[in-house]
Ligand binder design. Structure first.
Ligand SMILES: *Cc1c(COP(=O)(O)O)cnc(C)c1O
Length: 453
């Protein structure tokens, strides 16, 4: 019988996260204070984040110990299995061996609790009483709600209005885990009120919801803000995925030719990829690919520039691939991955040629996801469908080249709370949407006059 999954025991869980900042060939461009154009100082961020996470954000230590209370929560579902997708391989009929890291086994159903639990813990230790955040489809809001409950913190989630109305289930998850969930734009903040004045029916966006959550915490000294992707410390926490995968691959004598992940803000992709990026920096041959939607093609079409992380310009300027802080994704797009920016670490690695990006439209991604569900059983999240489309594409390339390849990817979450988007696909309601060229011009306009990285 062939081995189909590799399971680590509790005692084999990695005890440290990996910090790629220690190994980058050239340093990251620093975040800038928008008023001065100078690099932000830790104290500038103190009203927004707890100091222990700010220190982690700028740390260049290669290995960072995972605190015991965080490990204890990780062990509720980690280490996650590394699975061989033998049935999907048969369907593809290409010379590939496909391994996936099953992050859909977490209580919230995605990789997001890996950082939610760490962030809740560091906030608790720091003395934060309440955390405020934003969420799109609700994966991040639900993961953070659970984590806050575990560490006795209050949690307020600003949820993008269109998802709040159309996707009630993750809101109910948030309530079940004891959090407060507010549709954004809301009347609670100046940023929300401004948007509502211009458009009372605004569907909202992640950029608006981030502005609201930040405004909410700076006026409350006991509250801090939390971001579920993009930032260095978030990618750091997610490296548990790649570190476990590295051990599991070693146990069966495999090493990947290609490592893949879907990328919204870049934390899931960074999580699987960064330990292998390290190998690549030190000379190993490995192709590392991030998959994004053609409707939100941040890495493949967005300029690398300094831009804000939110609509109301409350964040520092980050050097990243961006579609402009005023980007509002097309509502016809069913999947997630709709943030306008990409993690500075991932953007930097793309520029360094250590990582490459490919974009897929939503018809390709749902087709891939449905083929996955019909062979491997598990129904993937619409975001995860993007990396599955990239795997299909990679298998086709391997077949054309007549080359055997080992593919490793992060199966970032299950789609059981996103079935409405499958229904939209199955009933022929989705279009292969590509971002129009005018939108790239709008993005360039949004960053006009900003400092250049
Ligand atoms: C949030 C989410 C993503 C995107 O994660 P990023 O870290 O923002 O790139 C991918 N897959 C699933 C299932 C998610 O919930």
């Amino acid at each position: 019988m062939e081995q189909m999954k590799v399971i680590l025991s509790d005692s084999e869980i990695p005890r440290q996260w990996y910090n790629v900042l220690a190994d980058l060939p050239t340093p990251l461009k620093p975040p800038l204070h928008p008023a001065t154009g100078e690099p932000v100082k830790p104290e500038d961020l103190a009203p927004i984040f707890p100091m222990n996470l700010i220190e982690q954000e700028v740390s260049t230590d290669r290995w960072i110990d995972i605190p015991e209370p965080v490990l204890e929560k990780y062990l509720l579902w980690r280490p996650t299995p590394l699975c061989r997708a033998r049935n999907f391989e048969r369907l593809l009929n290409a010379p590939v061996r496909i391994y996936y890291k099953h992050e859909g086994t977490s209580p919230a159903g995605s990789h997001k609790p890996n950082t939610a639990i760490a962030q809740a813990y560091y906030n608790k230790v720091f003395g934060t009483k309440r955390i405020s955040t934003e969420t799109g489809a609700g994966q991040w809001g639900s993961a953070l709600s659970m984590a806050c409950q575990m560490f006795g913190l209050a949690c307020r989630v600003f949820m993008v209005r269109v998802s709040y109305d159309q996707k009630p289930y993750r809101r109910i998850m948030m309530h079940t885990w004891g959090a407060e969930c507010i549709p954004s734009p809301s009347e609670l903040t100046e940023a929300g009120r401004m948007v509502l004045k211009q458009n009372p029916d605004s569907p909202g966006s992640l950029g608006i919801a981030i502005s609201e959550a930040i405004e909410d915490v700076v006026s409350d000294p006991e509250a801090r803000y939390s971001l579920g992707s993009v930032l260095n410390h978030v990618l750091l926490h997610q490296t548990i995925i790649g570190l476990e995968a590295e051990l599991q691959m070693k146990m069966i004598g495999e090493y990947p030719d290609v490592v893949m992940g879907c990328a919204g803000g870049g934390s899931n992709f960074g999580g699987i990829a960064l330990p292998f990026v390290r190998d690549k920096i030190y000379g190993k041959q490995v192709t590392i690919v991030g998959a994004e939607p053609t409707s939100c093609p941040t890495m493949t079409r967005g300029p690398f520039a300094y831009d804000f992380g939110d609509l109301a310009k409350k964040t520092p300027l980050l050097a990243m691939h961006t579609l402009g802080h005023d980007f509002v994704p097309a509502p016809i797009h069913a999947g997630g991955l709709r943030y306008h920016g990409m993690a500075p670490i991932i953007s930097h690695l793309v520029r360094e040629g250590l990582v490459e990006a490919r974009a897929y439209n939503q018809l390709e991604t749902f087709e891939a996801g449905i083929n996955w569900a019909r062979t491997e059983g598990f129904i993937p999240a619409p975001e995860t469908d993007h990396v599955i489309a990239a795997v299909v594409d990679e298998a086709r390339r391997a077949k054309e080249e007549g080359k055997e390849k080992v593919i490793l990817f992060s199966w970032s979450g299950h789609g059981l709370v996103d079935l409405a988007s499958y229904e939209a696909y199955l009933s022929g309601k989705l279009q292969p949407y590509e971002l129009p060229e005018e939108e790239i011009e709008r993005a360039l306009k949004a960053i006009e006059g900003f400092p250049k990285p």
